[in-house]
Ligand binder design. Structure first.
Ligand SMILES: [Zn+2]
Length: 663
């Protein structure tokens, strides 16, 4: 492959514009996740840190921008504030980023008002940010027994040590007895709802202005597997007493009708177990405890043992058993390592990987990388979930299913259950539009705020509220950071607060947006470093220019271009080095190389010029002299340059030791 010149003359301006374009493309990708300091909001409209008005404020620091998002709401009145939920984003598609959490700059300004975090349920988009955010405020966390179990679980498994003096304080609230607790000037109550994890609740907050209800995630399943239906009686009772504001979740607000009952999938599992000739593997969310209990019951009924695999699976189920949310007959569970010793038609493996997550148990099995399990023909795999929308997981699941099928494994998944001759294998944990309408009718609020979803879902949800008789003027479709200001007879948007996203990597560490932008640019365009060693006195190059390229072009296939670039660099040194100062020289060099490479390739890699100046007074010798304490014999500039080149080669070897290229 030779460099593309296309015979066109390209101006320096064109080249710089192209690079600006590449930078702005990277910015646009990374800017979806800016922190609060980088967001341009109208500061004049921001609320004062101390606000003595008699209005109630509801502020979403996250969760008003997408399903599976970093859900987090502030409820604030005079000198008291509580936080509802503290989740992390489920899908952030940036290099090296695991998830995003809410920027809590605003909470810092009302720190002394915070009375606690009240959590609706134990999914990560509702609790996942707690280990990052809670230690800064060190107030108690309130929730149902299962939710608190989940909170303790994620703190135990968090990779980074907690700051000194922090102690997790939790308060278990009984949703069955409608226990009410006083948090500052608020009274809080939890109400049982059906969702896809035990202990899910709606949150009632009685404030001096009126009563708020936050539904959490819910559906109105008439026949849930654990028989714990949504507490419709209590919701209706509160509705009769009067509710000022309903905040209702919008996940399925683009779906007509009702979500089918969880119990409809029980028969599908029993059918498959009746027929399966060999081992059965079920991939499922570890938090879907009731469904896992149903699968365990079916396995026991079919005289099969159950093995668990995947870190989160073992951790969540251990917590569930400990807290009495699962009942496992003695002798049912066997370790994953002993699965090969059990007859094939006598075992079910319940594992992680239903989203095709890299490194999950099922993905490792599908790739033949699992320590204990080699998949074989006659094995059956059931995927009991659907890829979370807008996370890119559907492609991951697709690739995993391909690998499974290559191994001759019989795969059942929900998307193709009719083709597979099975019954449905998954139902959503979220109610559809008819259930959203029922919630509004039970609670009969004066004001309506759709929550937990992107703008378009929330808009649909408002349409439903209007059909149910709520005045359109009494509904708000909020954005993150907006202050929803509420009195007994008015609800308006009144300014905003700092808000944004903080990015977190696989280890749990915070990653700067600038670093992420560089990564995006590197991923798109690559990098070229040019190392020049120049004699200070003569202003001449002491060695041939050293060019290092990664992710740009493969240099061995572009000798011609590299030779041309070296010649250009030699000319640049001769013409400019002695005329301008070093910083200016480096800036010009960067510009010049950018231009040259764009002209030759129509691409704009990140360019890093490294200029070593040798000679002159010792303290100006840059990185050259090694300080051993011993007086060094005087070296010639050529010797110094050679030694430096050797050191560069060693350094590069260390930095890129998985990559043997030295060009
Ligand atoms: Zn949920």
């Amino acid at each position: 492959m030779s460099p593309k010149t296309n015979g066109r003359k390209i101006s320096r301006g064109q080249a710089l514009r192209a690079q600006k374009q590449a930078v702005s493309d990277a910015n646009r990708i990374a800017n979806q996740y800016l922190d609060a300091s980088a967001k341009s909001t109208d500061k004049s409209k921001r609320s004062k840190p101390v606000d003595d008005g008699s209005r109630l404020k509801i502020i979403g620091l996250g969760g008003f921008d997408g399903a599976g998002s970093k859900n987090m709401l502030v409820i604030e009145y005079q000198n008291d504030a509580i936080i509802i939920d503290c989740g992390h984003d489920l899908g952030v598609d940036l290099p090296g980023i695991n998830y995003g959490i809410a920027d809590t700059t605003y909470l810092d300004s009302i720190k002394n008002k915070l009375r606690g975090f009240v959590i609706s349920h134990g999914h990560l988009d509702h609790i996942g940010a707690l280990p990052h955010i809670l230690p800064k405020y060190n107030v108690p966390v309130y929730g149902s027994r299962f939710t608190i179990g989940r909170v303790e679980e994620i703190f135990e498994n968090f990779g980074i040590p907690m700051p000194d003096g922090f102690e997790l304080k939790t308060v278990i609230m009984n949703e069955a007895t409608h226990e009410r607790l006083k948090l500052g000037g608020f009274f809080v109550e939890l109400i049982r709802v059906t969702h896809a994890i035990p202990g899910s609740t709606a949150i009632v907050v009685d404030t001096p202005v009126g009563r708020l209800i936050n539904t959490g995630d819910f559906r109105l399943d008439p026949n849930p597997l654990d028989h714990e239906k949504t507490d419709v009686e209590r919701l209706e009772e509160l509705g009769r007493e009067g509710v000022l504001v309903l905040m209702s979740e919008s996940t399925n607000a683009e779906q007509l009708g009702r979500t089918p009952s969880e119990s409809t999938i029980e028969k599908s599992f029993i059918d498959i177990m009746d027929r399966a000739p060999g081992r059965i593997f079920v991939a499922i969310f570890s938090t879907n405890v009731n469904r896992i209990q149903m699968i365990v019951n079916a396995a026991v009924h079919h005289n099969r043992k159950v093995a668990l695999d995947g870190r989160s699976m073992i951790s969540t189920l251990e917590m569930s058993v400990r807290n009495g949310f699962m009942k496992i007959p003695k002798g049912t569970f066997i370790p994953i390592a002993s699965v090969p010793n059990v007859k094939d038609d006598q075992v079910v493996v319940v594992c992680t990987g239903g989203q095709g997550e890299p490194n999950s148990a099922l993905v490792r099995m599908s790739m033949g990388d699992h320590k204990h399990i080699q998949l074989k023909e006659q094995d059956t795999v059931i995927l009991s979930s659907k890829p979370i929308p807008e996370t890119g997981n559907d492609a991951l699941v697709g690739a995993m299913v391909d690998d499974l099928m290559r191994k001759g494994v019989h795969v059942f998944r929900h998307e193709t259950y009719e083709l597979d001759g099975a019954g449905p294998l998954h139902v959503s944990g979220h109610g559809r539009l008819d259930e959203a309408a029922d919630m509004i009718n039970m609670v009969k609020p004066k004001f309506f705020i759709p929550i937990w979803g992107p703008y378009r879902y929330k808009k649909r949800h408002i349409d439903v509220a209007v059909q149910q008789g709520i005045a359109r003027a009494n509904c708000i479709n909020p954005e993150n950071g907006q202050i929803i200001s509420i009195t007994k007879d008015k609800m308006v948007i009144d300014g905003d607060v700092p808000h944004g996203t903080i990015l977190v990597d696989q280890t749990g560490a915070i990653v700067s947006t600038i670093v992420v932008k560089d990564r995006v640019l590197l991923a798109e365009e690559g990098v070229v470093a040019v190392v020049l060693t120049i004699d200070k006195k003569s202003g001449q190059l002491l060695t041939s220019p050293d060019i290092i390229s990664r992710g740009f072009i493969y240099m061995k296939e572009n000798e011609e271009l590299m030779t041309a670039l070296r010649n250009e660099l030699r000319r640049a040194v001769t013409q400019r080095f002695k005329r301008v100062d070093l910083d200016r020289f480096k800036a010009e060099l960067k510009d010049y190389i950018t231009h040259f490479l764009y002209e030759q390739t129509q691409r704009s890699p990140i360019v890093i010029p490294v200029v070593n100046v040798i000679g002159g007074r010792p303290e100006k010798q840059g990185t050259v002299t090694a300080t051993t304490g011993e007086p060094q014999p005087q070296k010639t500039p050529e010797e110094i340059a050679l030694e430096q080149q050797r050191r560069f080669a060693q350094m590069r070897q260390r930095l890129l030791n998985q990559d043997a290229r030295v060009d």
